[in-house]
Design a binder for this molecule. Structure first.
Ligand SMILES: [Zn+2]
Length: 374
């Protein structure tokens, strides 16, 4: 582990005691895809996760300015989950009698405003109070976590509700998703840490819903303690106990992500070498940020993985950062008829099998990168 010269300060509670729990060393910017004719080397930046001992927020330690490009294609899995989430929140009664909405979105896209308009909610102007303040994967992009959260809660009108959706740290730990850590994502939430952060703003957790997206995504409803607008139900207690069981505040447990990173990188490299040795062609699918971290960590180049296909036209002619592997179109992948397609985004399995039946039609198989099994 690298020693840090300046003692870190928590992005949420400003405490100065904590632990470096995951150190991925120097990593290229995972959203900045160089052109294929750019031979590199690509600039690299430190990538580390730090766990605050005081409020329990897991966060990005170093803060380099890393180039980031917004993504264009919104996977069907994300769209379906948003519809499911809005349905569940409505069923819980949280949308009735609430007419104004303010949305804090993710720079990667995906808005719920269309779905909420169908439920009678109208967006307010910037800075105006709203009955429903929604943050869907937005908050994690803020360097100053307490400042960003304060901005959101200040918009919640009297009797209003704050909805916060995040990829859960409990999931990251349980499933060894070490490559969820990336530049530009400053916080990795548990309900435990959010309860502390929201508590400092006079808000409490009221309801929680769990979704399979990214292996485990949580939507929380929170409201102001003084107005008692929303009653707390058992889902919050359950979530907090699941987080405690996963060990989301335990630096020793989170440090397991370091071993997970090592094991997955070695496993992937060995598997690719074995497939190549057996004379089978493997291509990748899903040029996502998680893919970049994994390929770099595993030291995979185009001799092991000749291409990664991606549906985003913006990535055509580009290569994966930190390696010489080109990004190709799904049509190119299909035309090659690979023996196996390594799916870097397991959430997309149903979607890609339906979209590219030719892969299996030609005798190829989809392989889940997390299990390396079809
Ligand atoms: Zn803290």
């Amino acid at each position: 582990m690298t020693a840090t010269m300046v003692k870190p300060t928590c992005r949420a509670c400003r405490a100065r005691s904590g632990h470096l729990v995951l150190d991925l060393g120097e990593q290229p910017a995972c959203d900045y895809f160089p052109r294929c004719d750019d031979g590199g080397p690509d600039p690299v930046y430190p990538l580390q996760m730090w766990l605050c001992s005081s409020c329990g927020l897991a966060q990005l330690l170093a803060d380099p300015t890393v180039p980031e490009e917004p993504k264009g294609v919104e996977p069907a899995a994300l769209v379906a989950q948003a519809a499911d989430a809005v349905e569940r929140v409505a069923t819980a009664g949280l949308l009735s009698g609430r007419n104004r909405v303010a949305e804090y979105g993710s720079p990667h896209g995906g808005s719920w405003l269309g779905l909420l308009a169908g439920r009678g909610l109208t967006p307010v102007d910037e800075g105006e109070p709203a009955d429903v303040v929604l943050d869907c994967f937005g908050l994690m992009h803020a360097r100053d976590q307490s400042g960003a959260l304060a901005g959101r809660v200040s918009r919640v009108a009297t009797g209003g509700v704050l909805l916060l959706q995040y990829h859960s740290l409990g999931t990251i730990v349980r499933r060894g998703q070490w490559n969820a850590l990336r530049h530009g994502h400053y916080a990795y939430y548990s309900a435990t840490a959010l309860a502390a952060m929201l508590g400092a703003e006079g808000f409490g957790l009221r309801m929680a819903w769990h979704f399979e997206l990214y292996g485990g995504t949580v939507l929380l409803a929170a409201s102001r303690d003084v107005d008692g607008a929303v009653a707390t139900n058992g889902s919050v207690r359950l979530l907090l106990s699941q987080d405690a069981q996963a060990g989301v505040r335990d630096a020793a447990v989170l440090s397991g992500l370091q071993r997970d990173a090592q094991a997955q990188a070695e496993g992937l490299r060995d598997w690719l070498a074995h497939e190549r040795g057996a004379g089978r062609t493997v291509m990748g699918y899903g040029a996502a940020s998680r893919t970049v971290a994994l390929l770099v960590r595993a030291g995979v180049d185009r001799t092991l993985l000749p291409a990664v296909a991606d549906a985003s036209p913006a990535k055509k002619g580009l290569r994966m950062p930190g390696t010489d592997i080109p990004v190709v179109s799904p049509a190119h992948l299909v035309a090659q008829g690979p023996d196996a397609v390594l799916l870097f985004l397991p959430d997309l399995l149903t979607e890609v099998r339906a979209a590219y039946p030719e892969v299996e039609g030609a005798g190829g198989r989809w392989v889940d990168v997390e299990t390396l099994a079809p």
